[in-house]
Write a protein that binds this ligand. Structure first.
Ligand code: IPM
Ligand code: MN
Length: 382
């Protein structure tokens, strides 16, 4: 063990469904291949949580899990939240929210993890639905505002004999908009620009032709963006953006948007890079951060061994990169690099992959299981 380095307290929350299949694989990669070789000092704390735990106990997670995660964790790694009950319906809390809501959405708000970073990068060896696009065309990062917008808990339902209505109020603040815009511009500084022209470009995706909140969001974007002379500001309405990104993904570098739009367009981004099986994410705040594959608990394939561990592993790589930056420590960066290089090699070779990637040129490849893919990734890490 590295006596000099910092000891990182990592909270691991597998959650529900395939979260409980991919997260143990991440743990295996971290413990088998990283801790010993890279001499990083990690203290791993794993807790049960989510919809299934709620069914068993009436709580979304234990008090201890909640306390430790909220106050002590340096970084959090989450699998996926969302379980189905015996009736086949999603398990919900008495207030109607998804059981596990306090973890997936609650932590984003309570810990002020205001930037939801969702990279969209097509790796060599991964099939994209865009017939004429190649890995060199698809490499952008979607930064989704993660604490307010439609996800701000100002919602309700009024049900009377004569009236039945629901409301989801969308809250947009200058503070929330400015801090996520600043994050996006700072992030663009570290990148090499858009694939089409290497221009460092931040695109503000909104609906400011109609919505007051989006007008404030765009004003904040401009205000902050003026401080970043070397970065080009770009604008798109969210409806038009979905069309343009399919036609010309190479134009986009960093994209910043409000919460619910970000939820939707990042799944579109997921499709462009080969599906949710390879889509990682980070929920980043000032002091804290939580990393999770975008796929969630995927109850439809849970328990079949079909889940792709790569999205969760890339999320772990993002976690190490964040720790490295935050604590100015090169060791976690080395860990991230080893994970990434090994994933890239396995994808490039194209022989060992889960079913979701056995398409197009790779349609004849015999699908491997979650474990087989991880075994190969660990083997390549040497
Ligand atoms: C995501 C998910 C969540 C969200 C759900 C599970 C609440 O879809 O992380 O994108 O809407 O943010
Ligand atoms: Mn989503």
């Amino acid at each position: 063990m590295n006596q000099m380095g910092r000891i990182y307290k990592i909270v691991i929350l597998p959650g529900d469904g395939i979260g409980r299949e991919v997260i143990p694989e991440v743990r295996r990669v971290i413990e088998d291949a990283i801790v010993t070789v890279d001499e990083i000092a990690l203290e791993i704390h794993e807790f049960e949580c989510g919809g299934d735990y709620f069914l068993k106990t009436g709580r979304e997670w234990s008090e201890q899990a909640e306390y430790f995660t909220r106050t002590k964790a340096d970084a959090i790694l989450l699998g996926g939240i969302g379980a189905k009950g015996l009736d086949g319906k999603t398990v919900r809390r008495p207030d109607g929210n998804l059981a596990g809501y306090s973890i997936v959405v609650g932590l984003r708000q309570e810990l002020e993890l205001f930037a939801n970073v969702r990279p969209v990068k097509l790796y060599e060896g991964v099939p994209t639905p865009l017939a004429d696009k190649k890995p060199e065309d698809i490499d952008m990062v979607i930064v989704r505002e993660n604490t307010e917008g439609l996800y701000y808990p100002a919602r309700g339902r009024i049900k009377r004999p004569d009236k039945d209505f629901a409301y989801d109020l969308r809250l947009i603040t200058a503070r929330g908009s400015e801090r996520v815009a600043r994050f996006a511009f700072e992030h663009a500084k570290e990148r090499t620009g858009a694939p089409i022209d290497n221009v460092k470009r931040v695109t503000c995706v909104d609906k400011s032709n109609l919505l007051a909140g989006c007008q404030l969001f765009r004003e904040s974007f401009d205000k902050v963006g003026k401080e970043f002379k070397e970065i080009t500001r770009d604008y798109a309405y969210v409806d038009a953006w979905t069309l343009m990104v399919l036609r010309k993904p190479e134009y986009y570098d960093v994209v910043v948007t409000t919460n619910a739009f970000g939820d939707i367009i990042s799944d579109l981004g997921g499709a462009l890079q080969g599906g949710l099986g390879v889509s990682p994410s980070g929920n980043i705040g000032i002091e804290r951060a939580m990393f999770e594959p975008v796929h969630g608990s995927a109850p439809d394939i849970a328990g079949t061994g079909k889940a792709n561990p790569i999205a969760a592993l890339l999320s772990a790589a993002m976690m190490f990169e964040w720790l490295s930056k935050k604590y100015n420590d090169k060791i976690p960066l080395g860990c991230a690099k080893r994970i990434r290089e090994s994933i890239e090699e396995v994808l490039r070779e194209g022989k060992i992959r889960t079913m979701d990637l056995c398409l197009g040129r790779w349609s004849k490849v015999k699908p491997s299981t979650t474990k087989q893919v991880t075994n190969e990734i660990i083997r390549k890490m040497g």
